[in-house]
Design a protein around this ligand. Structure first.
Ligand code: ZN
Length: 371
């Protein structure tokens, strides 16, 4: 199969380029020739790598957070339609039994490639910065509980607040098991965050959101994470969770190789306004903004990755940077950069076609047209 358009590659944009796909791989990326006009290849305005979402709780009315495999397939299908060809299933703070059962229930989806693994967001998080995480189930890190969860396989990432007693040992446990340790939902000081990074934490869960804010005499987790070259910073680019100026600042300060766009989407993504469940809490969605029904705390988003890319481009970033943040960098976080995450020869043919307005007009996954 041949696709034609402006191709966003790691080396830059090939204006009027051709991407050739053989079976499930990208086999050629080149400039178009007059012969391609006659061949009548499929044309999109832009050809970008399939998006990689490393923080997503659901979408299209379906949720990952209950551990139901059919729900998970529905959520994955919904986001695939918006260009996300690789995603993890993010669980929220819940009783240990639910986290265990969900991880077991999702194992077949991980095995057949629908999911790239499970992201456990909680329960070892700060009560002061819990955001829309259910405070009833928050607790301090428990090494026995954690090793049981890790022994199931499938867990690829966990978010921890490093100031909790036992958190640094838990980060060590995650790193030892080859699981990405993420810092988030945290009231940590700058030094406590640095200690987590020294222990091997390599990801900031939605940097800025649900974190102690910056103060010039106590820079806190945001500055510590942003300033660490080995840490990738998640950003929820929905225009609600973060000011456009902050999105630009983080992108410029960290660079596109250290920013991963995430949706943090919940079931409400792609749905009409209404009430939705998030880990046992009621979330009310009005004009696409999700808030806890009690105190109005901003909850998960209704974002999709194509919309996140549009937000970044509209905020002034070049499309090649947005593509890197939506695909290449998050693929590297998951250790999948040798397989996917860029339009490059030899990688998996996960591709998204976008029109001039950056709306999805086609999606290929494993070389198969799914949209
Ligand atoms: Zn989340």
């Amino acid at each position: 199969m041949m696709l034609r358009g402006s191709v966003v590659t790691p080396a830059g944009i090939v204006t009027d380029g051709v991407v050739e796909v053989t079976d499930d791989k990208i086999t050629e990326v080149r400039a178009a020739t007059p012969a391609d006009d006659e061949a009548g290849v499929r044309t999109g305005a832009w050809i970008v790598p399939g998006f990689v979402d490393i923080h997503v709780h659901g979408g299209g009315g379906f949720t990952f957070t209950t551990g139901d495999a059919d729900q998970a397939r529905g959520a994955a299908e919904f986001h695939l339609g918006h260009g996300t060809t690789t995603m993890v299933a993010s669980l929220v703070t819940a009783p240990h039994a639910l986290l265990r059962e969900a991880t077991v229930a999702f194992a077949p989806l991980v095995a057949d490639g629908v999911l790239a693994g499970v992201h456990v967001e909680g329960p070892y998080l700060s009560a002061a910065r819990c955001g829309a995480q259910n405070p009833t189930h928050l607790r301090n890190p428990d090494p026995g509980e954690l090793s049981e969860l890790l022994s199931l396989g499938g867990v690829r990432m966990m978010t921890i607040a490093p100031e909790l007693p036992g958190a640094l040992d838990a980060i060590g446990q995650l790193v030892g098991a080859g699981v990405v340790a993420a810092v988030g939902h945290t009231d940590a000081t700058y030094e406590q965050t640095r200690a987590a990074i020294d222990e091997g934490a390599r990801l900031a869960t939605h940097l800025c959101n649900a974190m102690r804010p910056v103060h010039h005499r106590e820079p806190g987790p945001i500055v510590a994470l942003l300033d660490a070259p080995e840490v990738v910073c998640e950003q929820i680019a929905d225009g609600v969770h973060l000011h456009e100026g902050m999105l630009r600042h983080v992108a410029h300060a960290a660079g596109p190789d250290r920013v991963a766009l995430v949706t943090d989407a919940m079931a409400a993504a792609g749905m009409d306004d209404g009430e939705f469940d998030l880990g046992g809490l009621v979330v009310r969605v009005r004009r696409g903004v999700a808030r806890l029904s009690g105190d109005g705390t901003i909850a998960g988003s209704t974002l999709t990755m194509d919309a996140a890319v549009r937000t970044m481009v509209h905020s002034g970033l070049p499309i090649e940077d947005a593509a890197r943040m939506a695909a290449t960098t998050p693929a590297r976080v998951l250790g999948l950069d040798g397989e996917l995450g860029a339009v490059a020869v030899g990688l998996r043919a996960d591709l998204v076609l976008l029109d001039e307005e950056l709306r999805v007009t086609g999606v290929l996954r494993n070389g198969i047209k799914v949209v």
